[in-house]
Design a protein around this ligand. Structure first.
Ligand code: GDP
Length: 295
């Protein structure tokens, strides 16, 4: 994660604002204008940035800060708290089904890092004491099944595949197989396309309605900024996802997707991908992210 631009600008704006001892309402408003610019340059959604500034300004010009002898820490604390809130407050944990297996359906556009994330998640859950299994339901890209097998092997997790058989049927059989072999989590890799289209959504809906997943996680590429947010919105409207996985956070220089997705979709970011290695996965912690951004 390298939101240097955003961090630097935010820190600059806050320092300017808080470096002058006692704060005036005017100073807060000027400072917040700069913070807003920094957020927009970081590709934060316009409405999200506007709302964020409104909330922070309201709290900062409230009696607490202006009458305080140490306004600087207070302003920074408020920005930190509101930024944490913006990203969902606390780490959103995975839901588990009371019956085996819990089913995690991963979806997303091609190239977002979905197949890699299936294996990362499987490896992560193995370390947590789970016994995951992967199912290859991305049947259109010839290399996708093979890719899942390769990464599955690297994390030592079995991969269920039925070649180009109908993905809904494959997903259903995978559940039986997981039950039989007592794998308690089934992670389904679904098809991705370059763009959102009806056919893709219909297939994802058919899989969803057949397997009733415990989690529907959408993988989006953090490096695509507002596009990632729009993709998340579109997928969520169709599929009603349970959470988002933000991949390639390591290559994201701006931070707009991380800061906007929860506010725009209402769905939390549950994990992030922070590199190409299969161990490069982290649960997403809004508070830690806010602290990193604010330095
Ligand atoms: P899919 O088409 O969505 O299944 O995407 P893939 O899993 O094939 O990933 C596409 C590319 O993104 C691959 O080259 C991955 O190595 C790379 N990738 C995936 N996740 C990350 C990540 O968190 N960080 C970085 N830097 N690269 C990633």
């Amino acid at each position: 994660m390298a939101f240097e631009g955003l961090s630097e600008k935010l820190q600059g704006a806050l320092r300017k604002m808080t470096g002058r001892g006692r704060l005036t309402e005017q100073a807060v408003k000027e400072g917040m204008r700069e913070v807003r610019m920094a957020l927009l340059e970081a590709d934060v959604n316009y409405a999200v940035a506007k709302d964020f500034i409104r909330k922070v300004t309201e709290r900062c010009v409230g009696a607490d800060v202006l009458s305080s002898l140490t306004p600087s820490q207070q302003v920074i604390r408020i920005v930190n708290e509101e930024m944490t809130e913006l990203m969902g407050s606390t780490n959103a944990k995975l839901n588990w089904s009371s019956s085996v297996p819990s089913i995690i359906m991963l979806c997303g556009l091609q190239g977002a890092g979905k197949t890699t994330m299936c294996a990362k998640l499987a490896g992560y859950l193995t370390k947590q004491g789970k016994k995951p299994m992967l199912a290859a339901c991305d049947i259109y890209r010839p290399a996708a099944i093979k890719q899942l097998q390769v990464v599955g092997q690297q994390v030592n997790v079995p991969v269920f595949e039925k070649g180009t058989q109908d993905p809904v049927k494959t997903a259903k059989e995978a559940i039986e197989y997981a039950r039989y072999y007592q794998r308690d989590v089934l992670i389904i890799d679904t098809a991705g396309r370059l763009h959102i289209d009806e056919e893709l959504m219909d297939e994802l809906l058919r899989i969803r309605d057949t397997v009733s997943p415990t989690e529907i996680l959408l993988t989006v590429d953090a490096m695509t900024g507002q596009d990632a947010v729009n993709v998340a919105k579109a997928f969520d409207e169709k599929l009603n996802v349970t959470g988002v996985i933000l991949t390639k956070l390591d290559g994201d220089t701006r931070g707009g997707a991380a800061l906007s997705i929860k506010a725009v979709t209402g769905k939390p970011i549950k994990f992030s991908g922070i590199g190409e290695k299969l161990s490069d996965i982290e649960p997403f912690h809004p508070d830690r992210m806010a602290s990193r951004i604010l330095g």
